[in-house]
Structure formats: C-alpha cells, structure tokens
Design a protein around this ligand. Structure first.
Ligand code: HEC
Length: 303
C-alpha cells in the first residue's frame, strides 16, 4: 500500500531543511548590514550622538614650559633612556626598533620611513635642530606627521636616542640651536590654543559661546569693508564660506605663530575650514600679507 505518511514526512523534512537554509541566509544578510563602526566605537559623543567626521583630536590648550635649548642639546644617559621609551612607543612602528626604517606600519608608505642608520639625503636634515623641525612640522604629504603634541623636552630626548643609531651624525653648531630657540620661542615656552574638532564645534554651536573670545561679527565686518586694503581683498578671494573660515581661524590659533604655520593651516583641508582650494596658489608674499592682516584683526578683536 502506498504510504502517504512517509511521503508527508519526507515533504516536511525537506521543507524544514529549506526553512533552516533560509534562516541562515537571512542571518548572513543581517550581519552584513551591521555597521561595525557603530558596534565597536566607544559610546562617546562623537560617534554615537552625531554623525560627523572628526577632523582633529580634542586637545586642551596648554602652556608648554620653557626649555633651555642649549641644555637639552647635550645628550645625557637619562635623556637617552627616556628617548628610547618614547621612540619605541611613537616611532618604532614605522622607523623600526633599530632605526632601519623597516617598521611594519611603514611598509606600505611612499616615500618610506627614513633609515636612521644612514644620516644622508634627508629633507630637513639629521642634526638636532633639523630633526626638531621635522617633529614640530612633520613632512607634508608623507607618512611623517607632526609630533608637536610631544613636549619639547621629550622631543630632544627622542632625537638623542635616534642619534645613537649611528655615531657619525653631524653635530649642531650653536647658531642653528639658537635659531631653533628663536623660531619656536622655546626659551619662553609656547602657548597652544584649545583645539576641538571643527565639525563637532560647529554642530554643538559652542563656538559662539565664550570659549572663543573673538568678536567674529566685527572681524567679518572689517574683512568685507576694507576695500582699500589689498590683503583684505586677497583674503576675500580665498574665502569660500565666511562663517566657517572665521570660526576655523578662531578655534585653532596656532596659525598665528608664524607665516609658515598660517600656510600650513590654510593648506590642510582648506575646504573643510571654509577656504577655497585656490589657497594652494597663493604666493609666499600674498599669504604673508593675509597672515599679517588676520593676525592684527584677531588680536584687535579679542574680547
Ligand atoms: C606612520 C609612520 C611614521 C611614524 C610613526 C614616524 N615616522 Fe618619521 N617618517 C616617516 C616617513 C614616511 C618619513 C619619510 C618622509 C620623507 O621622505 O619625506 C619619515 C621621516 C622622518 C625623518 C626624516 C626627516 C628628514 O629630514 O628627511 C625623521 C627625523 C623622522 N621621520 C623622525 C621620526 C620620529 C622621531 C618619530 C617618532 C616620534 C617618527 N618619525 C614617527 C614615517 C613615520
């Protein structure tokens, strides 16, 4: 006799398997849609509550204590030991533990990280003063970022340690150390402004509160109306979004340390900061003029 029940059993058996396959399929699809950034980012304000690109880390402004360049330019066992720790934490990933420029994180970089055992063909140069400049400014458009967050004293320590990779590093002459001192006001200490991510600041509207004590309305008024001043007109020609530009200037006053810092400020993400990409075409003379103009304006309109 034909066994209906066996057929039914088979039928449901197959249905059951198909059902399981379907469930697994749905599961896979769901997992693919999950946003891992959301799942794993710290539940801080930045990731969870706002949907913004974070452009800079939050940094509290500080006064870097004065350092005596002449004193720190002389290596001591203590400085070198400290430098070694700092080097291994901050630099070895790219430059390699032995300074050969072969760290894992640097493998894909072009240009590759410098080989510290070979103090030749360097862009800024291998002396203490040269390397200090590299650490302060980074090498633009390469993997070598600025390490200006490391205190001046610690930077000297790192440099002394790097110099142990090869005994033939050229010596600094006192004049270049003096020039370094002057360039970065090391003997007097450096005041760094508070820094918060621009997008965050704009979103949270804190820029208009008294965390920034500049009268931006007055500054905007001056820029729009100084018709006879060629610096102002150059400035107007590079502004894409006035409000953004003036806020970005006010929220990171590092630019007003020097014309070089100003150019660096302009040329890093200009559009995000409210400037046109034409900032790259400014001559040194033009950017110098705009720098002086803005510096005066911001100093005058400090509340
Ligand atoms: C993310 C990788 C990376 C890290 C981390 C890094 N560097 Fe570099 N560094 C580079 C690259 C890439 C270059 C080569 C740049 C070039 O050729 O223009 C470089 C170049 C240099 C140079 C040579 C500059 C010159 O005059 O040519 C010095 C000095 C230097 N780094 C010091 C350091 C120190 C000190 C640290 C740690 C505080 C450090 N770097 C951390 C990638 C890195």
């Amino acid at each position: 006799m034909y066994d209906y029940f066996r057929d039914l059993e088979k039928f449901y058996g197959i249905l059951y398997i198909l059902f399981l396959v379907y469930v697994v399929f749905l599961g896979v699809k769901y997992v693919k849609t999950l946003d891992y950034n959301k799942l794993y980012s710290a539940p801080g304000l930045l990731a969870a509550d706002t949907n913004m690109r974070v452009t800079q880390p939050v940094k509290r402004g500080n006064m870097t204590p004065p350092v005596d360049v002449m004193l720190y330019s002389v290596p001591s066992p203590d400085l070198i030991a400290k430098g070694k720790d700092l080097y291994n934490t901050n630099c070895a990933s790219c430059h390699g533990e032995a300074g050969l420029g072969n760290g894992a994180a640097g493998a894909a970089l072009n240009p590759p990280p410098r080989n510290f055992v070979n103090p030749q063909i360097w862009k800024n140069g291998p002396t203490i003063a040269n390397m200090y400049v590299t650490l302060q400014e980074g090498i633009p458009n390469t993997g070598m970022a600025s390490f200006s967050n490391i205190s001046p004293e610690d930077r000297f320590a790192i440099i002394h340690y790097v110099h142990t990779f090869n005994p033939t590093y050229p010596k600094d002459n006192p004049d270049s150390l003096k020039a370094l001192d002057v360039r970065y006001s090391l003997a007097t200490g450096v005041k760094a402004a508070n820094q918060i991510p621009l997008d965050l600041a704009m979103e949270l509207q804190v820029l208009n509160s008294d965390t920034l004590s500049h009268n931006l309305n007055e500054i905007a008024y001056q820029i729009r109306n100084s018709r006879m001043d060629s610096s102002a007109s150059i400035l107007r020609s590079i502004i894409l979004n006035e409000n953004k530009a003036l806020h970005s200037l006010a929220s990171n006053l590092k630019w007003n340390e020097s014309p070089e810092e100003f150019v660096k400020f302009l040329e890093t993400d200009p559009v995000d900061k409210g400037f046109k990409a034409t900032v790259y075409q400014l001559s040194a003379d033009e950017s110098g003029k705009v720098y002086m103009y803005l510096k005066n304006l911001y100093v005058k309109n400090k509340g």
